[in-house]
Design a protein around this ligand. Structure first.
Ligand code: ATP
Length: 295
């Protein structure tokens, strides 16, 4: 019977995840990677809500049989803190996030949330802890209201508008021909990259996750929208554990911890000031980029 129920169960699971997944990049990823993902352990149990303390203990991981992509990663994050992951392309920043999300299982080491090994938490409840603001914002054909509500499917109209206000998206939506009832096309044509990001922040505010994953865009957003976006992000990140694959200097400067990832290892760690004083890798990257963007 297992053999027959398994695919159905997977399908239902996948559907749930499609509904609950917030970001498009992740959504596509889920579907593509589903088969490769490990299944829940027999003793895995759901967890309702977490504070968002995160710890990596000696985590090593390889995608294949070759050398480890991630080597012996150790760090600890208190709930509410912001952690900036910086480092050159291919260093392993996204892999750290993939492991945190349990898209893959470490070959060795342990990842804990609120002191609980994430392997002991059902995947479905684990995923419910996270919210995203990624570079590629997933939009679908529907109204602006529906697109924001994707962050929390049972949100009322008031909740949707409240979130949009906090995300600095309300004013531009109100200028549209039909306000919140204006239709969006799947590719979001007609709205700017920055406005897409604001919608994504509104969704994340609605979702109210314990752990926020932020993949900063480096795209050209006009200055006014950029300021709105930064302000909205600040609001969203407030008192929330945030992991940010960081490109912007202000995010990095304000982070509680910066982890400099280099060839799968944490080469340096600290705050912006302490790392600059160290005059190591971070300092070099900072100098190289002319004080505007670190990586
Ligand atoms: P970027 O800044 O370019 O996003 P990154 O620091 O996030 O880089 P990762 O995406 O974590 O780096 O990649 C680390 C290494 O693992 C790279 O060599 C990459 O090619 C490899 N890698 C990433 N994803 C996979 C995968 N699904 N299968 C096999 N190898 C992968």
């Amino acid at each position: 019977a297992r053999q027959f129920t398994r695919p159905l169960h997977d399908l239902a699971n996948q559907y749930n995840q499609l509904l609950s997944a917030v970001a498009g990049a992740e959504r596509v990823y889920e579907v593509l990677e589903e088969e490769k993902e490990e299944i829940d352990e027999i003793h895995a149990a759901p967890v309702e809500r977490v504070k968002g303390n995160v710890e990596f203990q000696n985590v090593s991981f390889s995608y294949g049989r070759d050398e480890n992509t991630i080597k012996n990663i150790c760090f600890q994050v208190e709930n509410g803190q912001t952690v900036a992951l910086v480092g050159p392309t291919g260093a392993g920043k996204s892999t750290i996030i993939n492991l945190l999300m349990r898209f893959y299982k470490p070959q060795s080491g342990t990842i804990l949330i609120d002191g609980k090994n994430i392997q002991t938490i059902t995947r479905e409840s684990l995923r419910s802890f996270y919210g995203f603001v990624l570079q590629d914002v997933y939009l679908f054909e529907g109204t602006f209201r529906e697109n924001i509500r994707y962050g929390k499917l049972d949100a009322t109209d008031e909740e949707v508008e409240e979130a949009a206000k906090k995300a600095n998206a309300h004013s531009f939506i109100m200028k549209l021909p039909n306000g919140y009832d204006t239709k969006l096309t799947e590719d979001g044509s007609g709205i700017s990259q920055g406005q897409k990001q604001l919608l994504s922040v509104a969704r994340a505010i609605l979702r109210n996750p314990s752990i926020l994953i932020l993949d900063e865009a480096m795209s050209n957003i006009d200055t006014v929208t950029e300021i709105k976006l930064q302000e909205a992000l600040q609001r969203l990140m407030q008192n929330r554990t945030t992991f940010v694959i960081a490109h912007r200097l202000n995010t990095i400067q304000n982070a509680d911890q910066i982890l400099v990832v280099y060839e799968g290892e944490i080469a340096e760690r600290g705050t912006h000031e302490t790392l600059l004083k160290k005059k190591g890798l971070y300092y070099q990257m900072y100098k190289q980029k002319e004080n505007t963007i670190v990586v």
